[in-house]
Design a protein around this ligand. Sequence first.
Ligand code: ZN
Length: 407
Amino acid sequence: LTSAFGVAAARVMTCDPSVASGALSVIEEGVVVVDAGRIAYVGPRAGAPEGVSIEEFGERVVTPGLVDAHTHACWVGSRHAEYAARMKGDGYQAIARAGGGILATHRAVAAASEECLVQALVARLRRMASLGVTTVEVKSGYGLAAAHERKQLAAMARARDAPGVPAIVATLLALHALPPGVTDRAAFVARVAGAFVPSVAAEGLARFVDAYVDEDAFSVAEARAVAEAARASGLGVRLHVDQFADVQGAELAASLDAASADHLEHVSASGIAALARAQVVAVLLPVASFTLGQPPPPVAALREAGVRLAIASDSNPGTAPTESLTLAMALAVRLYALSPDEALLGVTRHASAALELRDRGVLRVGARADLVVWDLPHEHAIVQPWGVAKTLSVRVEGREIFRAAGS
Ligand SMILES: [Zn+2]
């Protein structure tokens, strides 16, 4: 254990039922020892290996690094005018028809260089890291046309090498809106499924394919064609479903064995049953429904059915104008009536499951040493201080990607 080091605190939230009891499996007066980017020990101080330098954080809490399983963080431009219109009462569809929404950001992304996208993304990811995020899913979907979608994915690949950023999971949001000028929907969908998805997979530019399945978006049949192409190319599937209407998107996600079904404000009882049977993770996006003034998804029914609940920021320039996963957690508790325990599992173990990542979201021997030391006395306090960063130290594979000034 020559390169090993440790952190000690009054509470170590492991999220690993094999380590300690309780919903979050908290070890009191715990130590986490890291060696070569992996967790080498997690447990009480008394059992910690000897000869390891341990940093003492006292009456604080250590958690797994947070996982933001749904973001659109690769964008440039500003949609402040549209936000003002929305607050005056214009609806999502009215804004979209007036050239706002996705198409507004599409124009900015299409005009931007790859370098410009990298810079905006890296700056945004660093701010996310300061809030405790160590893994972030980032979707394309503003490029719309193949060349610009590829530019977004290339920017994500380059952002990975920048210092101070969380790990990135890239998703090709293959069906988000029709590119301007495209009138033949069927030909567009066929081109995406038949050519673009396989080429993105072959180049290793994305791990998942996503589609926006809703009224005024893409149909179940269109999304199925693209998702099946993703499966055939070895990529995973995640879907935006049932945000504005029940179009049986959840049933589609279940039939495709998707990793996640996201939004779900209008999911039906049969959709919930299908998600439970197929063990698809529900990704809840409370910032978006808050911005849009929508009622919450049927959280009690999802919980009752045994569907795992993840929470994500949905970070995007229109309907979720935030970079803060902790804000999404606070809203999940306040608006969706999740317990603090559920909110915490929703950004750790369940969020990792939503990304099909088995090596993080828990503090256990052998897992990646992705962890956060919080300047808070208890894990339940993480859902409370809205809009402020309360992290002291954030580590990805043991490397510190953020440290609070003066700590
Ligand atoms: Zn989204």
